[in-house]
Write a new protein. Structure first.
Length: 416
């Protein structure tokens, strides 16, 4: 059996049972899962975790399931890569990539949250899962539903990248494109969720779904030798991921897996300039953000009215961190810089994170002699359109050695 106590409103603190609800009926605040930490402390240790298979379920006691998972058995435990070359290019000494670009099965961190959401939906007795998505979640829900033998309905903005559209359709889901932005899609899905008994992973199942993001943070701590980084840069769309990574560090402290004095991580939020409501609020020194209409190539981050924006702002400010934005051109440069230095191809969200990290280092907000983690949350194969016309053209020659040598002579072998 699991260790979940129930749900609690993040605003008024009112308690709720474990049910598929996400909003407090008294103050309309969002609900969050609470745990029996005293009991978890008795059974979960570093040694127990290390003895388990390398997947996200090695931290099962801190996941919101009453029983074991029923999907996503191989999700998680993606590499934490020491990025020596990128670190040298940016002028820092200890830089890491948490690389969910290789996440199983759909190459983004959304595989984590969906594995939890679909397992919880089955516990609740749902036979259909659904979501509003900017792309990565669509891929993950469609794949997980297929493996679980469940029906699925996916709603996306109609102008998403083809890689993400095809990467959803291939799983045989019911895919619906909606004219408008993600925020329009989400409003529609909220209405649908009120009428149909479907498990919308990021609406009525949201409190449970969001807990899956914590495993991204748990793994960082374990892979760094049971310590937290001094600085971590996180891309922000709805704003949930940065809050859940912070929660994961605090939970490990709460149950005694890391020392309290080690939890001094500064959190930095990264957004695209064409959709940066959270960044703008942080820079203006306010606790509230102003919704915007997205206009950026980073479509996976194009949420103009982020559901967890307020809490992302708090996580950044309380940790002593900061937030920054990058232009579309800087996003492309970030993608290329990561690929050329570390051989990692990230989607546009990763270009945002790399570009923002570069800016923060140049601004002196992140020092060069402390540990830094860059969050890479999705694979570049999903957003290839962003690089059309932005990379070098390849050469075409006859199938003759003389043709190749002529090309070497023309280009100069030493500089080509």
């Amino acid at each position: 059996m699991g260790y979940v106590k129930g749900l609690r409103c993040r605003e008024c603190g009112r308690e709720y049972p474990k049910e598929p609800i996400n909003i407090c009926e008294f103050c309309f605040g969002p609900l969050e899962v609470t745990y029996q930490y005293d009991e978890i402390r008795k059974v979960l240790s570093r040694e127990v975790i290390a003895s388990r298979p390398p997947n996200m379920w090695r931290y099962a006691e801190l996941m919101p399931l009453d029983n074991g998972p029923t999907v996503g058995f191989d999700v998680g435990f993606t590499p934490l890569v020491r990025a020596h070359n990128l670190g040298k290019a940016l002028g820092v000494s200890e830089l890491y990539l948490k690389n969910d670009a290789v996440s199983h099965p759909t190459l983004s961190f959304k595989d984590r949250v969906v594995a939890v959401a679909v397992s919880k939906a089955r516990e609740f007795g749902f036979d259909t899962v659904a979501c509003a998505s900017t792309g990565n979640l669509a891929n993950a829900v469609a794949a997980s539903a297929a493996s679980a033998g469940m029906n699925s309905y996916i709603f996306i903005p109609s102008d998403l990248e083809q890689g993400k559209v095809i990467g959803t359709q291939v799983f045989g889901t019911h895919l619906v494109g909606v004219l408008g932005s993600y925020d329009d899609v989400n409003r529609l899905c909220t209405e649908i969720a009120d009428r149909y008994r479907w498990a919308f992973v990021n609406i009525n199942i949201r409190p449970f779904y969001a807990e899956g993001s914590k495993t991204f943070g748990y793994e960082i701590v374990e892979q760094m030798g049971w310590r937290v980084p001094k600085h971590i840069v996180v891309p922000m769309a709805g704003g949930s991921l940065i809050t859940k990574i912070r929660k994961s560090f605090k939970e490990f402290q709460e149950i005694g897996l890391i020392e309290p004095e080690s939890c001094g991580t500064r959190f930095y939020g990264a957004q695209a300039a064409g959709c940066s409501p959270i960044v703008t609020a942080v820079k203006n020194g306010t606790d509230l953000f102003k919704p915007v209409k997205p206009n950026t190539i980073a479509k996976s981050l194009a949420i103009g009215n982020p559901a967890d924006g307020f809490y992302a702002i708090q996580a950044i400010k309380q940790s002593g961190g900061w937030a920054e934005e990058v232009t579309d051109d800087e996003i492309v440069e970030g993608i290329k810089l990561l690929a050329e230095t570390e051989g990692v191809f990230t989607e546009t969200a990763g270009g945002v994170t790399v570009g923002v990290t570069k800016k923060l280092i140049e601004q002196g907000r992140i020092p060069g002699d402390e540990s830094i983690v860059i969050s890479i949350t999705g694979n570049g194969l999903k957003t290839q359109e962003a690089l059309i016309g932005k990379v070098k053209e390849h050469q075409v020659i006859d199938s003759k050695l003389s043709s190749f040598e002529a090309l070497l002579l023309e280009k100069g072998a030493e500089v080509w």
